[in-house]
Write a protein that binds this ligand. Structure first.
Ligand SMILES: CSCCC(=O)C(=O)COP(=O)(O)O
Ligand SMILES: [Mg+2]
Length: 225
């Protein structure tokens, strides 16, 4: 019996285009000035040290850190410190009303229905926990953050690593066999399935993937828990 649903964001609850064409360019355009202006802020300073530690060259100065961040953004690298810095930039964007969050219309009613069945809901995204909460707080129409029991980002591990899913199962104290993981990315679904989680592949507007080992659905309305 499913006791918990864990959902990915980009491509699953939220359109790829909102993330790639709105959020990512917004952060990229502002990252260099943000690092220059906020480098002394203790939270930012700590994240910049994380960037140095994660970069191939551990001796980067500020200009080098900015170049590294831009290079990671150009290849959509899921580096934890980058994702946290992006979250700080998006916080300002949501606050100023530069954009609002995108959530597919089939998501909210199904999340509410699953909660009514007693199922706990969690998010696991490469976006930082702050970025996840901001997105659901700025969902069209209403704040959806209260629907979720918890949020996980890559501080628990990569989304393509089975160990990350085992750590989440341990953290929420639910056997992995009783967890359903939703994602649009086969490698993430494979990693979750490797520790025994149930999986569903959200294909949204894409074609079905022949031969895939995960059930595929176009949206949350087709999911039976
Ligand atoms: C929290 S919204 C931003 C999503 C993001 O930064 C990202 O890299 C997408 O990752 P996901 O794991 O949700 O596919
Ligand atoms: Mg995704």
């Amino acid at each position: 019996m499913i006791q918990a649903v864990i959902t990915d964001i980009e491509g699953t609850t939220t359109s790829l285009s909102f993330v790639k064409d709105v959020l990512f360019p917004y952060a990229r355009e502002r990252m260099a000035d943000f690092v220059r202006q906020r480098a002394e802020d203790p939270i930012v300073a700590s994240l910049l040290r994380e960037v140095q530690a994660a970069a191939p060259d551990k001796t980067l100065d500020q200009a080098g850190i900015i170049r590294q961040l831009l290079a990671w953004m150009d290849v959509d690298a899921k580096v934890t410190a980058l994702k946290s810095l992006q979250g700080l930039l998006w916080e300002a964007g949501y606050r100023r009303g530069d954009f609002t969050g995108h959530i597919y219309p089939d998501v909210e009613p199904n999340l509410r229905a699953w909660r009514k069945l007693g199922i706990s809901l969690y998010v696991f995204s490469s976006g930082s926990v702050q970025a996840q909460k901001l997105l659901f707080a700025h969902a069209p129409g209403c704040d959806l953050t209260s629907l979720f029991d918890g949020y996980f980002d890559t501080r628990i591990g990569s989304k393509r690593e089975p160990n990350s899913y085992q750590r989440i199962a341990d953290a929420i104290d639910v056997p992995s066999e009783d967890i359903l993981f939703l994602s649009d990315t086969e490698e993430e679904l494979d990693a979750a399935a490797a520790v025994g989680m149930n999986t569903i592949w959200l294909v949204r507007n894409e074609k079905l993937n022949p031969g895939a080992s995960h059930p595929q659905v176009p949206n949350f309305n087709s999911i039976r828990v």
